[in-house]
Design a binder for this molecule. Structure first.
Ligand code: SAH
Length: 345
């Protein structure tokens, strides 16, 4: 079966032409995919014979909502979605004053091994296709009944470890005939796959690149993020400078504060030395305690002091609002629970 969500409008059109149908049907069918329909029968302006042919050979790429949790605190919604092959992924919806932001997964599991992260505990199962990333947005948008305007690629998986499918996803999701979510409304977060950052820079997209930095020296970073053994901080920062030069976009550095590990004043000053002069912003995240990892959250005072120190040094920094803390909204937690229930681990 062909998942039509894996295709650009041009590809749907070529497919339709290959089925001896008129070209204009391509765009018609493509735009139906994004209107929240549940079956090909709902494609009202498409002749019955073609609808039947599509039903036989194609799918609308729908993902099933296996579980859904809505936070009592801030309306954050967390979804456990089931893929066609039975695998589970997580998707989170956050409500901000400027609209809805969805956090999508890019892989089933992750092979990066960051020590504080729940998504990587059981390794990577497989990459998601472009259509499966799109499918997350459609599933949540249909459930919500409102338009989602912003995307962050910060769910399960390392997006740059699934580069081609993620590039295709970005192309499809920003298409005016489809979801039409502009590149400036999309953030992509990476743990620092340096060669892929160069490749991404050369694409010159207007997305926001987030770098999961989390530490200021190689010893500390390697101890919590194995990727640093391959691409150290110096190489990473060099790649970031290249990215900024190519795209003129401000980079966002994610810095997770872990009690007693990386949350002292000296570290704030070391972070300043690393980033001074760069077009960037620091996003401070109090670590979400995941029981398997043993890391503890820095207390609020420490987080605020860390931010104040950066600001004093001229580095723009904000503290990430914690959302959905009552519903295990930290990525990977829900899927792990499901795996444990099933006795898969
Ligand atoms: N693989 C990508 C994107 C997924 S993780 C990346 O590494 O950037 C999204 C962000 O959440 C990353 O900055 C990641 O380091 C952070 N993160 C993971 N586990 C966390 C936890 N327990 N508490 C706080 N942040 C966490």
């Amino acid at each position: 079966m062909i998942n039509l969500l894996d295709m650009t409008c041009e590809e749907v059109t070529s497919y339709i032409i290959s089925q001896n149908e008129p070209k204009f049907r391509g765009k018609q069918i493509y735009s139906w995919l994004y209107k929240g329909i549940s079956s090909f029968e709902d494609m009202l302006n498409i002749p019955k014979s073609l609808r039947e042919k599509l039903t036989e050979n194609c799918t609308l790429g729908q993902l099933e909502i296996a579980e859904k949790f809505v936070s009592d605190i801030d309306e954050t919604r967390k979804y456990l979605l089931q893929l066609n092959d039975g695998n589970y992924i997580e998707t989170v919806l956050m409500k901000y004053h400027h609209g809805y932001t969805i956090c999508v997964s890019s892989q089933v599991g992750c092979r990066m091994g960051c020590k504080f992260c729940a998504s990587t505990l059981n390794g990577k199962v497989r990459d998601l296709t472009a259509g499966e990333i799109i499918g997350q947005i459609l599933a949540v948008q249909n459930d919500l009944g409102e338009r989602i305007s912003n995307i962050v690629m910060m769910g399960i998986g390392e997006p740059l470890d699934n580069f081609d499918n993620v590039m295709k996803f970005l192309k499809i999701v920003s298409s005016p005939d489809g979801l039409n979510i502009g590149m400036r409304h999309i953030s992509l977060s990476t743990c620092g796959l340096v060669p892929k950052i160069y490749e991404l820079a050369d694409e010159k997209l207007q997305i926001t690149l987030s770098i999961s930095l989390h530490a200021t020296d190689d010893k500390m970073r390697s101890s919590i993020m194995p990727v640093n053994n391959k691409y150290n901080i110096e190489k990473l920062i060099e790649a970031c400078r290249y990215y900024i030069e190519k795209t003129n976009r401000r980079i966002s550095f994610e810095y997770t504060l872990i009690a007693g590990v990386n949350d002292n004043r000296e570290t704030a000053d070391a972070l300043t030395s690393l980033l001074t002069g760069m077009l960037c912003h620091v996003n401070l995240i109090p670590v979400n305690a995941v029981s398997e990892t043993g890391f503890k959250k820095s207390d609020r005072k420490k987080v605020e002091a860390f931010q104040a120190q950066l600001e004093k040094n001229g580095i723009s920094a904000t503290i990430r609002r914690e959302m959905g803390s009552d519903i295990s909204a930290a990525c990977g937690q829900l899927r792990n629970k499901k795996l444990n229930q099933k006795g898969w681990t």
